[in-house]
Design a protein around this ligand. Structure first.
Ligand code: HEC
Length: 164
């Protein structure tokens, strides 16, 4: 929802910039228009979900709060496929792909050899509560999230945002 708003306001900004150009009398070069279109994000590969599509208890989450909690992860993880890895792997589509499978990312043996096939929300919940205890030897150096509501909210946020 919020991202969509951001896209919208981005589009408004571009429209304003173009309008300003027009007023100045200088014609908008065709090349510039093409570049703007090429910078559009690629079409989503899976349909985006909304809060009410999520399984309980995530359908009762506060997505704005989840977004705020994700600030703890953002330095290490991007959710936008085209942005690739940071300190940690790109998380786009993380619930649909096999665990430890982001292309080109060097996972720790602990995660690479972890037998779980996919990241289910309940597994992520346990990991985020106490990363060190849940997956010893992982290279994700993160202290964890104590508050259960914060974990629910950030996972709900991810269930939606990683599918855009
Ligand atoms: C200091 C950097 C850092 C922070 C902060 C961090 N991560 Fe990670 N994350 C990593 C690294 C590195 C890995 C790979 C771990 C490994 O290979 O053992 C990882 C792996 C993951 C994976 C598994 C991805 C896969 O492809 O299997 C998920 C899911 C994840 N992180 C979610 C989160 C969330 C959610 C947060 C915030 C609440 C977070 N991480 C915070 C660095 C970080």
């Amino acid at each position: 929802m919020t991202r969509r708003n951001m896209h919208l306001s981005g589009a408004v900004m571009i429209a304003l910039a173009l309008a300003a150009c027009g007023e100045g009398g200088s014609p908008t070069p065709a090349a510039e228009t093409t570049q703007t279109q090429a910078a559009e994000p690629p079409a989503p590969t899976v349909p985006a979900l909304t809060l009410s599509d999520l399984p309980a208890p995530y359908n009762e989450a506060d997505l704005e709060r989840g977004k705020a909690v994700f600030a703890k992860c953002r330095n290490c993880h991007s959710l936008v496929a085209a942005e690739g890895a940071r300190v940690g792997p790109n998380l786009h589509g993380v619930f649909e792909r096999p665990t430890a499978s982001a292309e080109g990312f060097r996972y720790s043996p602990a995660l690479a050899e972890w037998p779980e096939e996919t990241w289910r929300p309940d597994l992520l919940e346990q990991w985020l509560e106490k990363p060190k205890d849940f997956l010893p030897g992982s290279s994700m150096f993160f202290n964890g999230i104590d508050d259960a509501d914060d974990r629910r909210d950030v996972i709900a946020f991810l269930l939606i945002e990683t599918r855009r």
